[in-house]
Design a protein. Structure first.
Ligand SMILES: Cc1cc2nc3c(=O)[nH]c(=O)nc-3n(C[C@H](O)[C@H](O)[C@H](O)COP(=O)(O)OP(=O)(O)OC[C@H]3O[C@@H](n4cnc5c(N)ncnc54)[C@H](O)[C@@H]3O)c2cc1C
Length: 466
């Protein structure tokens, strides 16, 4: 498959989300001539920002963890790491309503080494009965005992937890706090392989793995615009509104891959297809290694965000989780929105696995989440909401249920010099920014190997074997 070409081998990247942007940056860094084609008028894919009444909002609150090494390295390459700082130590207030007022318990990283670093805060986690807290050790031991090769994708994370002594109160009161925003379905639906990945890598592996990070600027300014600017500076061709209509490839003849865009045929030495799984199913011609029906089988899971601008400060924490409340997570977005804190506070309530909410009218959702916030945040009861808007992503991620692991292809498409990227590919991670960037870096390294680019291939993400 390897073909020796000049340093200016042409790599076409289709799709300008994080996978495509990171693939394009890696190929440009390696000295390839890059064309990045994005179908929409904007780059960023599932991470984008919009303006409303002078404030900036993201389509959805995006969070990463300290263990997201590929995404962090991408931000470092763009020079924007400081715009999405990590907590010094994981610190998350979890607030539940009660008849006598809201009750807060904290999930905090303590000083003990992993996997004991959360132990003191979990023993004090007052949202669970003491019996549930004492049983958590059984689940931790079982998670740590899992081995590669165990049939992890055949049962749900919830049933695994139940088999290891966890009651429903602990699954919904603690485990779902983490499973839902990462796998985008509840533990009772999530594949054990994805739940285990999140908990083993993101919580239990290293004491600092779960320190949270998120953008203090709009996502467009954090990683979308800087990546596009970097590519343009480096001489790459970046095209918006360039929806690829057709892929012309051959697994038999070794012909160069080509794409049809706006009726124009664009030839590449190598091609990285970094579109969502359903678009890849449409574009990949028959005869490759990937079955389009398998990609469609990955399904979708929605996320909605309800953005509320209050006339004063109502949330005292940068982030809080809600329990026994429609609010899953709420973030203070005042700085990122560009709102002067003396004029009010901008909150984003993010709702993962939002099947029930995705079809509801915005005014219904705004009323529900405003009411739910008032139950959790006493100051919100007397504050005025001066603006509110709902953002919805019906296909935010693939649906990470049992059986999906075998549907996720690796970077190789089965066609000469055509490689796959996207957070839905087989990264081992759920559909996340980390997964998207990892897939982009891995696909670009395959593409660069294939065209024999001289300046070397990108450093592979941790845990990826070449
Ligand atoms: C609301 C929301 C909240 C999220 N929260 C988090 C979070 O907190 N933490 C986290 O890590 N992850 C989160 N995610 C998931 C994360 O954003 C995605 O997994 C990741 O951004 C996907 O990147 P991607 O490049 O694989 O795909 P995409 O971002 O979907 O990019 C694919 C691109 O391909 C383009 N395209 C499609 N067809 C064509 C074509 N024919 N020609 C040219 N271009 C085409 C699309 O327009 C798109 O820009 C969230 C996602 C959403 C939607």
């Amino acid at each position: 498959m390897s073909r020796t070409r000049s340093a200016a081998a042409h790599v076409v990247v289709v799709g300008g989300g994080l996978a495509g942007l990171s693939a394009a940056v890696a190929c440009t860094d390696a000295g390839a001539r890059v064309t990045l084609l994005e179908g929409r008028p904007r780059f960023g894919g599932a991470t984008w920002s919009f303006e409303r009444k002078g404030l900036a909002f993201d389509n959805g609150q995006h969070v990463y963890l300290r263990c997201c090494t590929a995404y962090r390295r991408f931000l470092a390459r763009l020079g924007t790491e400081a715009d999405a700082p990590l907590q010094e130590r994981l610190e998350l207030p979890v607030i539940a309503p009660s008849a006598s007022g809201p009750v807060t318990a904290w999930i905090r990283r303590g000083r003990l080494p992993a996997p004991l670093h959360l132990l003191p805060s979990l023993l004090a986690y007052r949202h669970l009965p003491i019996a549930d807290r004492l049983r958590l050790g059984a689940a931790v031991r079982a998670l740590l005992a899992l081995r590669a090769g165990d049939p992890l994708d055949q049962e749900t994370f919830g049933s695994f937890l139940a088999r290891h002594g966890q009651r429903q109160s602990a699954i919904s009161g603690l485990f779902d706090l983490i499973t839902l925003p990462t796998v985008n379905v509840r533990s009772d639906e999530a594949s054990l392989s994805l739940g285990a990945k999140v908990f083993r890598t993101g919580i239990l592996g290293e004491a600092d793995a779960a320190d949270l990070g998120w953008a203090r600027v709009p996502l467009s300014r954090l990683h979308v615009d800087p990546a596009v600017a970097l590519l343009e500076r480096a001489g790459a061709t970046v095209r918006r509104k360039a929806k690829v209509e057709k892929l012309e490839v051959s697994s038999m003849t070794g012909e160069l891959p080509a794409v049809l865009v706006d009726g124009e045929r664009l030839e590449a030495d190598a091609l990285v297809l970094a579109v969502p799984h359903e678009a890849a199913a449409e574009l990949l011609p028959p005869g490759g290694a990937v079955e389009p029906s398998a990609l469609r089988g990955l399904g979708n899971s929605p996320i909605i965000d309800v953005h509320l601008v209050y006339d004063r400060k109502v949330l005292d924490h940068p982030v809080a989780a809600g329990l026994r409340s429609p609010v899953q997570f709420v973030f203070d977005r005042t700085q990122a929105a560009g709102l002067d804190p003396s004029e009010g506070q901008c909150l984003a309530v993010s709702v993962s696995g939002a099947d029930a909410e995705q079809g509801e009218r915005p005014e219904v959702l705004i009323e529900r989440y405003q009411g739910a916030l008032a139950e959790l945040l006493p100051a919100a009861r007397s504050a005025r909401v001066v603006d509110a808007v709902v953002s919805r992503e019906h296909a935010a991620t693939f649906r990470g249920v049992p059986g999906t692991a075998r549907l996720r292809p690796g970077p190789e498409s089965g066609f000469t010099n055509v490689f796959l990227a996207g957070s839905w590919t087989d990264t081992g991670w759920p559909a996340t920014m980390e997964g998207a960037v990892r897939s982009g870096v891995v696909a670009s390294s395959f593409a660069l190997h294939a065209v024999g680019t001289h300046r070397g291939v990108p450093e592979l993400p941790e845990g990826v074997v070449a």
